[in-house]
Design a protein. Structure first.
Length: 182
């Protein structure tokens, strides 16, 4: 999954839903400097684990639907500073309205020329519909993964900047536990 994520100059890589860090390890082995990796993890427990494992990475606790608010408010970074987003979020397993917010947030955050790598255990070609504003570049199946996984790669051909409404992301600017408001 992380093969297409390469270190590019002074840019950052954003990982969504890193869990315990299996994909994070692969991203770092691929040459992305740890201090150029920003991860957003919703689980407070997993975020603590990630902070211990990757002390130089920017581990942010919060909802992936609020990418812009989390990254800008906490780190002072903007979308143009990111070359890749890597997502292990189970978009087909979470409530559709939340998945749509996350997909919109990802598309809005990607600047022109940046890429998205989406990982899923659903081998059907279903995640393509989530990212309609992005150019779908390729799909591949990693049969050696248990269970097998599909990796979809997308490319942003134009920049989008429609932020998630602020009321949904209230509280993401500060430290501590944050969650999407319903």
């Amino acid at each position: 999954m992380a093969r297409s994520v390469k270190a590019t100059g002074g840019s950052y890589v954003l990982e969504l839903g890193p869990g315990t860090g299996a994909i994070t390890d692969a991203i770092l082995r691929g040459g992305v400097p740890e201090n150029r990796l920003v991860v957003i993890e919703k689980s407070p427990v997993l975020a603590r684990v990630l902070r211990r494992r990757y002390p130089r990475a920017h581990v942010m606790e919060g909802d992936a639907a609020c990418i812009q608010e989390i990254v800008h408010a906490r780190l002072g970074l903007n979308a143009g500073q990111f070359s890749h987003i890597v997502s292990s979020l189970p978009l087909r397993s979470i409530p559709k309205p939340v998945a749509e917010l996350i997909a919109r947030g990802i598309q809005d955050f990607l600047s022109q020329g940046a890429s998205l790598v989406q990982f899923t255990y659903d081998l059907r070609n279903g995640s393509v519909g989530w990212f309609g504003r992005l150019q779908h570049v390729r799909s591949s199946v990693v049969w050696l993964n248990v269970p097998p996984a599909r990796v979809d790669e997308y490319f942003a051909t134009e920049a989008h900047s429609v932020a998630v409404p602020p009321v949904l992301c209230e509280g993401h600017a500060g430290p501590g536990v944050t969650s999407l408001r319903s």
